[in-house]
Design a binder for this molecule. Structure first.
Ligand SMILES: NC(=O)c1ccc[n+]([C@@H]2O[C@H](COP(=O)([O-])OP(=O)(O)OC[C@H]3O[C@@H](n4cnc5c(N)ncnc54)[C@H](O)[C@@H]3O)[C@@H](O)[C@H]2O)c1
Length: 332
């Protein structure tokens, strides 16, 4: 799919990402005029004014009564918002997706699995009966840039918006550097790096197109900042370092347009990916447990809060950040 910036900045439709967005205004700065030459209801300045203006998320909380009712922490509310999660068919991506659904969002899980994990079906049923959010599955391979762009365009067109992305699709490969095959090197890099790049750019295109102030969370790993003991995976580790740096770079490019980009660096989590590692190297479990300050591995559900925080208005001043959540693994 060919794409140009001039196409991206054509205001397709003025959309607001949520209640915290301030009233429409005409842009004043010259750089902003570059992108919104006509009078637009959307202004990247609005988000910068949130913390000082009368519409600040906390200043609206006028009484204790309000604090006790359903408006409590409404900056976490995702009702009416639309998100895509790559790798959402199982594991960490699915758990984070469930958190967004619980907050009222519509979530599209994009994964290459022929059929998603049984946990996905359970989450889908629960979303319909208990939360009012929705969960849909679309089979894609994040390496295929055309497919990724078309999928994100279709999701955005169907909903006339796209509010966020969690790029969680990834693979691990345990092999020493000198024995690493070229094929495995390509495989890890094209999924863990190119796939994340494809997904983030496809999501941002739709955010520009529908003028939504979106949030993008790239799932890296603590292995992107350390060479972690008991896991010989030089290519995986460096692919995750590249993801951390990509998040910073995209945050710099898109921040003034209201799109935030952050990375998440989890420690070891018990997911299907890690269970495969334990099959190959059963001793890894004890080593990993001993290497963090809590003396245990994480469950995927322990990242629900991070997902909700980073994809909602609760994190409106966070961009270019690296969220390290690892039970203290990298802190000693
Ligand atoms: N489990 C951990 O300990 C851990 C720690 C740090 C970071 N991570 C990262 O978290 C993310 C999720 O991992 P997980 O542990 O849930 O693993 P997982 O294997 O359970 O889930 C990853 C998902 O990504 C999908 N996927 C892989 N290649 C794909 C492709 N080309 N196109 C589309 N989908 C693809 C898989 O089908 C799978 O459903 C990964 O990026 C991983 O590197 C995991």
């Amino acid at each position: 799919m060919s794409f140009s910036l001039s196409q991206a900045f054509k205001p397709a439709r003025a959309r607001f990402a949520g209640a915290a967005v301030a009233a429409p205004r005409v842009l004043a700065s010259s750089s902003a005029r570059l992108y919104w030459s006509t009078k637009s209801a959307f202004s990247p300045q609005d988000i910068h004014n949130v913390s000082h203006g009368p519409d600040h998320i906390q200043s609206k909380m006028s009484s204790n009564k309000q604090l006790r009712n359903a408006n409590r922490f409404r900056e976490f509310d995702l009702e009416g918002r639309v998100f895509a999660i790559t790798g959402g068919g199982r594991g960490l991506g699915l758990s984070m997706g469930e958190a967004l659904i619980e907050a009222g969002a519509k979530v599209y899980a994009l994964d290459r699995l022929e059929t998603p994990h049984p946990d996905f079906i359970a989450a889908q049923e629960k979303s319909a009966t208990e939360y009012g959010g929705t969960l849909e599955y679309i089979r894609i391979d994040v390496r295929n840039n055309t497919e990724v762009n078309n999928t994100f365009a279709a999701i955005a067109a169907q909903n006339e918006r796209l509010d966020g992305l969690i790029a969680a699709a990834g693979i691990n490969h345990l092999q020493s550097a000198l024995e690493h095959s070229q094929q495995a090197l390509d495989n890890v890099m094209t999924i863990n790096y190119n796939g994340v790049f494809n997904s983030a750019t496809a999501a941002a295109r739709q955010m520009f197109n529908y003028q939504v102030k979106g949030s993008i969370l790239l799932v890296a790993s603590m292995s992107g900042v350390i060479a972690n003991k008991g896991m010989t995976s030089p290519v995986y580790n460096s692919s995750k370092a590249a993801v951390i740096q990509l998040a910073r770079s995209l945050a710099m490019e898109w921040g003034r347009h209201g799109i935030r980009v952050n990375s998440l660096c989890p420690g070891h989590i018990i997911t299907p990916m890690v269970e495969e590692v334990f099959q190959q190297n059963p001793a890894a479990r004890a080593t990993w447990e001993a290497e963090n300050m809590l003396g245990r591995l994480a469950m995927p559900e322990e990242f629900r809060g991070a997902a909700l925080f980073s994809l909602s208005d609760a994190s409106s001043f966070m961009t270019g950040s690296t969220m390290l959540i690892d039970g203290g693994h990298t802190a000693w």
